[in-house]
Write a protein that binds this ligand. Structure first.
Ligand code: AKG
Ligand code: FE2
Length: 323
């Protein structure tokens, strides 16, 4: 594996440029290996993806997010669902600065239209169009990363197509208020408590306010300094289980420091149906560690309180010899 082309910033944060990749160029294989290596060692990486289209959307997307969060609370509360991750959440005791919406299946025009009409019965074309353009690019990046990981493991040919067919998307726009006064003791600046994602993958895009911290395998919390207009790709519990424990679903949290509002767009993927662990990822040095699993089942298991927020859910839900 060529690890030399994995750019590490001063603070040891993996950064990979995904723009203008060519599957047929000599750099494709080492780059795929770098992506996989970053996810195995760190559980995430900063993905640079600077196409002109995206740069134009970047400014507009936060304008429409402000408009969304400025809606009256009664309107926002209409974003409900049986599934916690698909609904509006705010005024949480454990994370007073946090507010977020759930937009399931945002790549589907009708689903996005139905969310838009719920929030703006008179319609909001600009919101719909801007979110559509954003999600198109973000989903493309998520698929590209998965493709690279699957290629690096040598399982793309047999498993990538069915993986894409099983992928469902969830967009969660999040707003974090600045830290509360007198929050220096650390309790009033929590935007999001430490957790692993229940998704397969997560792609984050923030306005230029840093606050994300990711935990290393040795337990050190790293402040993730995200360059303007870059994404953060994070592996969720389902990625860890699918990879037979090779990929690391890192714990992460949001601690607000600056006296400014922070917006994040989190595009999660969840696999529908049963996810099998590719047999190619099981060998003598990597004995099977996970049973085939239902990604939504994993999320429901976590939401039922069966596994603690402080730890990953893959092992307790579908680990072999789970305790
Ligand atoms: O806002 C962020 O940067 C992270 C959000 C997050 O971890 C989540 O919504 O699961
Ligand atoms: Fe998260």
């Amino acid at each position: 594996m060529n690890k030399n082309t994995l750019i590490m910033s001063d603070s040891k944060i993996p950064i990979i440029d995904l723009f203008k990749l060519d599957e047929y160029s000599n750099s494709w294989v080492p780059l795929c290996n770098n992506v996989r290596h970053a996810l195995e060692e760190y559980g995430y990486f900063i993905a640079l993806y600077d196409d002109d289209k995206k740069n134009k959307i970047s400014t507009e997307i936060f304008d429409v997010m402000e408009e969304l969060f400025d809606l009256p609370i009664e309107t926002k509360k209409k974003n409900t669902s049986d599934f916690y991750f698909y609904q509006w959440n705010g005024l949480l005791k454990k994370a007073p600065l946090h507010e977020s919406f759930g937009i399931p299946h945002p790549t589907d025009v009708e689903a996005l239209q139905s969310f838009t009409t719920l929030m703006w019965p008179q319609g909001n074309r600009r919101f719909c169009e801007t979110v559509t353009s954003y999600v198109k690019v973000a989903a493309e990046v998520e698929q590209l990363v998965d493709k690279m990981v699957f290629e690096s493991y040598g399982v793309a040919e047999r498993h990538y197509e069915s993986h894409v067919a099983a992928t469902t998307y969830l967009l969660r726009p999040i707003k974090y208020r600045p830290p509360l006064q007198g929050a220096e003791d650390g309790s009033g600046n929590i935007g999001c408590n430490a957790h692993t994602d229940k998704s397969f993958s997560t792609l984050l895009f923030q306005n230029q306010i840093n606050a994300l911290q990711v935990e290393t395998k040795s337990g050190e919390w790293i402040d993730v300094d995200v360059p303007p207009s870059a994404f953060v790709f994070l592996a969720g519990d389902a990625y860890e289980a699918w990879s037979n424990g090779r990929i690391y679903a890192a714990r992460h949290q949001v601690l607000m420091k600056e006296d400014k509002e922070r917006y994040t767009l989190a595009l999660f993927t969840f696999n529908k149906g049963i996810t099998e662990i590719p047999e190619e990822l099981v060998d003598e040095t990597h004995p099977i560690q996970y049973k085939p699993f239902d990604n939504f089942g994993l999320a429901w298991y976590y939401l039922s309180g069966a596994s603690s927020m402080a730890h990953g859910t893959a092992k307790p839900y579908c680990g072999i010899n789970a305790t």
